[in-house]
Write a protein that binds this ligand. Structure first.
Ligand code: NDP
Length: 333
């Protein structure tokens, strides 16, 4: 089967040269294993961290080995009693067309009517759970809160903002990297306001204009200047879910922190980091609630689909540059 390996570790911004498309031999199926043909695979920001040497919260990818990541596929051969040929499964052997795995490494999914299978890599998958847990559990969102979401047109941010709206936020505002995305966030996702952080002046100025009375909750996907601005406009007892810091992932050196950290003390703020993997127990709640909203058409999502395994590195690089509206997906068949 074909797979994408890590040819070399990127320093700074990755390039196509850091990846290689190779032919790999599949091992024969052992008892308790399944062979899966991948239909969709995910490219996610956290993968950039795994391309560096040294463990952060997940072990690094190995040079010369296929990359890994979320994928949805169909079982084409089974030596495990729990799976039949034709079952749809979610698993972590993306970046390849076929994969052999233990039954315990695959999770059967029962698709919801009208919802594409790729949604299990986005709104109904890891990014959806990240938005759900980050907003409700980590930032302890409550009705009436004013909420700011950065990366608002992306996989996690688009869901976080819609949950806040559906659960009675007094105001939801977002930031994104283009005017098209800003229009999408307001017109399609139903945010009260949004701004483009690349134009029209510093983030703090635009944020203050969008929320003159300040914010209670910040859902941080971006870090850097965005985090400093959110601290600046937070109200007393404000809570921040520190979800990601994508503005810094390609920095060879860690960037300086927010200059206004003292305000965390003065305003009695809570800034709390989290990793979605620790919150798998909330998956059933998330699927139930977001699944229901999807059926009722009260929540919406977008995907940017790139075709073919050979284009997966380009999809990953494009996602880092902001070429995706909603979730970046690679379709493999
Ligand atoms: P997205 O779908 O949001 O895609 C990434 C987006 O980041 C791009 O589309 C781009 O949008 C934006 N971006 C890139 N560079 C910058 C920059 N310098 N400043 C601001 N925005 C930038 O990805 P996800 O929704 O999958 O992930 C969003 C965040 O959530 C990431 O930080 C990720 O690491 C984090 N995350 C954390 C998890 C956890 O467990 N804590 C789990 C999953 C994700 P634009 O055009 O708007 O710039």
């Amino acid at each position: 089967t074909r797979a994408i390996t890590l040819r070399s570790r990127p320093v700074g911004w990755p390039t196509e040269d850091n990846f290689e498309l190779v032919e790999v031999e599949l091992p024969p199926l052992r008892e308790g294993q399944i062979l899966v043909r991948n239909l969709f695979m995910s490219v996610d920001p956290y993968m950039r961290g795994r391309m560096n040497e040294g463990e952060s919260y997940v072990p690094p990818f190995e040079v010369g080995e296929p990359l890994q990541g979320g994928a949805v596929g169909e079982v084409v051969e089974s030596r495990a009693p729990e799976f039949e040929i034709g079952d749809t499964v979610l698993h972590n052997y993306g970046w390849r067309e076929h994969a052999v795995m233990d039954a315990s490494e695959a999770q059967k999914i029962t698709p919801l009517p009208g919802v594409p299978l790729s949604a299990y890599l986005g709104v109904l998958g890891m990014p959806g759970l990240t938005a759900y847990v980050g907003l409700l559990d980590i930032a302890a969102f409550k009705e009436g809160d004013a909420v700011f979401v950065s990366g608002a047109a992306g996989a996690v941010g688009s869901v976080a903002g819609q949950i806040a709206r559906l659960k009675g936020a007094s105001r939801v505002v977002g930031s994104a990297g283009s005017e098209t995305k800003v229009r999408y966030v307001i017109d399609k996702l139903g945010f009260d306001d949004a701004f483009c952080y690349k134009a029209n002046g510093p983030v703090v100025q635009q944020l203050r204009r969008a929320v003159p009375d300040g914010i209670d909750v910040y859902f941080d996907n971006v870090g850097g200047e965005h985090l400093e601005a959110a601290i600046e406009v937070s109200r007393r007892y404000g809570r921040t879910a520190m979800c990601g810091a994508i503005s810094t992932y390609n920095d060879p050196e860690p960037p300086p922190g927010p200059r206004n950290l003292f305000q965390v003390i003065a305003k009695r703020l809570t800034l709390r980091g989290f990793i979605v993997n620790d919150h798998a127990d909330r998956m059933p709640d998330m699927i139930k609630e977001i699944g229901q909203w999807l059926q009722e058409r009260r929540i919406t999502f977008e995907e940017t689909v790139v075709e073919g395994l050979e284009n997966a590195p380009a999809a990953f690089l494009g996602m880092l540059r902001g070429e995706n509206l909603g979730k970046m997906i690679v379709r493999l068949v």
